[in-house]
Design a protein around this ligand. Structure first.
Ligand code: NAD
Length: 263
């Protein structure tokens, strides 16, 4: 029977950065499909608020919060211990956190090397570290699913004309980090396949978050579907990749961008 292929009942799913713009909707969607969802984030206050809000919406306790800093080995070890004590296992890891420092977003020619290094290590390095540690436990159990949240800018060169007339830019670190995460996913997919672990990537297009209208109009013009994404637009792909509906898919990067990358 195929109709329950997207069912996530009895799956324990960790969403790093689950309190953020995309993360919160990911948690809502995964929990609606039956998963036990654990938000792993540095933001304790928001973590509690978001899990309470989602549980009230779901009318049952499906979302919880454990503190996690993906840049700290100690924090990751403690997070895994606590989560496994509470839920017995981690079936699915969604790497979605978005660490960046105060200088992130500086124009290319002004980026200082120390700041560059800090952003690359915390974001790409954090995805490396948390995946290395959680996949080790998955390898022991011979089951796991990894979903990495990358970006269209890990695949495409930025079109800087959309930022004209605004303070916005596409940080150079972001292109390098997300490109690295997409190829890290390919590495994970072949390395971990013998352990029955799949690894895939989602590359969302720009998410509408009240950006300046000059930017939004120019961006929308470049999208065949004519608009920026809403966080809810990305949820279905994550549910699909987390579930048995994608059992024979690994190492792939799915562009969820309204067709931006097509022309
Ligand atoms: N917003 C977009 O337009 C967009 C587009 C494409 C891809 N993405 C990607 O989607 C993911 C989520 O982005 P978002 O816009 O929801 O970000 P956001 O800033 O709204 O949320 C980021 C979350 O990460 C958490 N976080 C930060 N540092 C952390 C750390 N060291 N350890 C654990 N958690 C940490 C924050 O507390 C927050 O919950 C990111 O990987 C981002 O690159 C976003």
């Amino acid at each position: 029977m195929y109709k329950n292929l997207m069912e996530l009942k009895d799956r324990v799913i960790v969403v790093t950065g689950g309190t953020g713009l995309l993360g919160k909707e990911f948690c809502r969607g995964l929990a609606e499909f039956g998963a036990e969802v654990i938000i792993g984030s540095t933001n304790k206050e928001n973590g509690k608020l978001v899990s309470e809000e989602l549980n009230a919406y779901l009318n049952e306790d499906k979302v919880s919060f454990n503190i996690l800093d993906i840049t700290s080995e100690k924090s990751i070890d403690e997070f895994i211990l606590k989560t496994e004590e509470e839920f017995g296992k981690i079936d699915v890891l969604v790497n979605n956190a978005y660490p960046r420092n105060k200088k992130y977003g500086t124009k290319f020619e002004k980026v200082e090397f120390d700041s560059y290094s800090e952003n690359v290590i915390s974001h790409m390095g954090g995805y490396f570290l948390v995946t290395q540690k959680i996949s080790k436990r998955m390898m022991e159990r011979k089951y796991g699913v990894i979903a990495n949240i990358a970006s269209i800018y890990g695949v495409l060169g930025p079109n800087f004309s959309v930022y004209e007339g605004t303070e916005m830019t596409m940080p150079v670190e972001y292109s390098m980090i997300k490109g690295g995460i997409i190829n890290y996913t390919r590495y994970l997919s072949t390395y971990l396949a013998p352990y029955n672990i799949r690894a895939n990537c989602i590359s969302p297009g720009g998410i509408f978050n009240h950006q300046p209208s000059e930017f939004v109009e120019k961006y929308n013009d470049k999208v065949p579907l004519g608009r920026m994404a809403d966080p809810s637009d990305i949820v279905g792909t994550l549910v699909f990749l987390s579930s048995d509906a994608s059992e024979y898919i690994t190492g792939q990067n799915i562009m969820v961008d309204g067709g931006l990358s097509v022309w």
